[in-house]
Design a protein around this ligand. Structure first.
Ligand code: ADP
Ligand code: MG
Length: 374
């Protein structure tokens, strides 16, 4: 299962190295609002430069439609990178070329032209069989960068040999987004905690009323099957709801906010776990030895519905368990509530961390294992 690391690249003095990074940073009006993803690649870049390599980095940014689009230019990233890692060249957004997502062999050749080696440090993109991820290792000596290596070292043992009790906290919007990982983790975890929008499909499966809360009718049977499977699943017993006329993210629009039991009346929306549930979930988290958290417990972007996620974030920070947070919004929540430095690992990849836990492998890792130097 092991992939080649930087040490397996041989002598790099004066060699050109193509670095696939994940610099898909959040931008607002052309300004980077959080440069974590750029800083996360620095250990790999510095190692390469210390060993004499000339580094050309590449990344995707946003979702352009396979053609140049100034809105998604990497120019702001290039400017920040020049400050943090002088001497690194950055190619234009990979997704300006339709060959990237199609894994077009011609685009792979374009990318590797003039390069002597390849390093993948783009954990967040390694679940995609895109040209820049799976192409270069077919031709060049290749390695996982430090970030990718650390993600794999932290995440795979969760699936394969977690210290028990292993508690998995899942939230966010949809069951269907995360069904694969729910099913895979249900096999290895000692208990699942379900919050966020997806909790309502589980509540419905138990016969509760969900009112106007997020519901995936076509997943109710799946949730019912999971609830009956014998694994321990904790679902909310009380809920914070928003009344008719209220708008998510707009407290000024009015609408009553109430804490109720597990049944949501018609016209009301469940937008956070209630305080009783948050306390129950906290107890389970405090007794755990391993915790994986993906997905906020409520619409934490709206201060009226942040309490559940805040409490769970604090529990994840306080427990003695080894704690891992995966998922873009969950990582943002951990940061917003000031606990990001108190968890053992914040994964830089949302979809990639879930897929690695689900499948035990990623296309990008498989490609590295097939490299000529592997
Ligand atoms: P992550 O990025 O951590 O994987 P997701 O993208 O799956 O998380 O879900 C995050 C989103 O889920 C947030 O934008 C949040 O507002 C939303 N969400 C959480 N709880 C609810 C809820 N009860 N109803 C609707 N949306 C919710
Ligand atoms: Mg998200």
């Amino acid at each position: 299962m092991s992939v080649p690391s930087l040490e397996d690249l041989g002598d790099l003095d004066g060699k050109r190295v193509l670095l696939r990074a994940d610099f898909n940073v959040p931008l607002k009006d052309g300004e980077i609002t959080d440069d974590l993803r750029i800083r996360a690649a620095l250990p790999t870049i510095e190692w390469l430069q210390e060993h004499g390599a000339i580094v050309t980095a590449c990344t995707h940014l946003g979702r352009p439609k396979g053609e140049p689009d100034p809105k998604y230019s990497v120019a702001p990233v290039r400017a920040r990178l020049a400050e943090l890692a002088p001497g690194v060249e950055l190619l234009e957004n990979l997704r300006f070329n339709p060959g990237e997502t199609k894994n077009d062999p011609a685009f792979v050749q374009e990318l590797i032209a003039g390069q002597d080696a390849y390093v993948n440090d783009a954990f967040g993109a390694s679940h995609r069989a895109h040209a820049s991820i799976v192409g270069p290792p077919q031709f060049l000596p290749s390695a996982a960068g430090r970030l990718l290596q650390r993600e794999v070292e932290v995440l795979l043992p969760l699936r394969n040999e977690p210290k028990r009790p292993f508690v998995v906290i899942l939230g966010g919007a949809k069951v269907s987004d995360k069904l694969g990982v729910i099913e895979a983790l249900a096999e290895v975890a000692d208990s699942l905690i379900i919050g966020g929008g997806m909790a309502f499909t589980f509540l419905k499966a138990q016969g509760h009323h969900v009112g106007s809360s997020l519901l995936e009718e076509d997943q109710v049977d799946t949730c019912r099957r999971l609830l009956a499977s014998g694994i321990t699943i904790h679902i909310p017993s009380d809920i914070t709801v928003l009344g008719p006329g209220g708008k998510i993210g707009d407290p000024a629009a009015g609408g009553e906010v109430r804490q109720i039991g597990a049944d949501v009346p018609d016209g009301w929306m469940g937008l956070d776990i209630g305080p009783g549930t948050a306390a129950e979930f906290t107890d389970v988290i405090m007794d755990a030895r391993t915790v994986f958290w993906n997905g906020p417990m409520g619409v934490f972007e709206d201060p009226r519905f942040e309490a559940g996620t805040r409490t769970i974030a604090q529990a994840v920070a306080d427990t003695r368990a080894f704690t891992v947070v995966g998922g873009g919004d969950s990582a943002a929540a951990a940061k917003q509530f000031g606990v990001d430095h108190q968890v053992d690992h914040v994964s830089t990849g949302g979809g990639a961390s879930l897929e690695l836990l689900e499948q035990g492998d990623l296309p990008g890792l498989e490609a590295l294992r097939g490299a000529p130097n592997a």
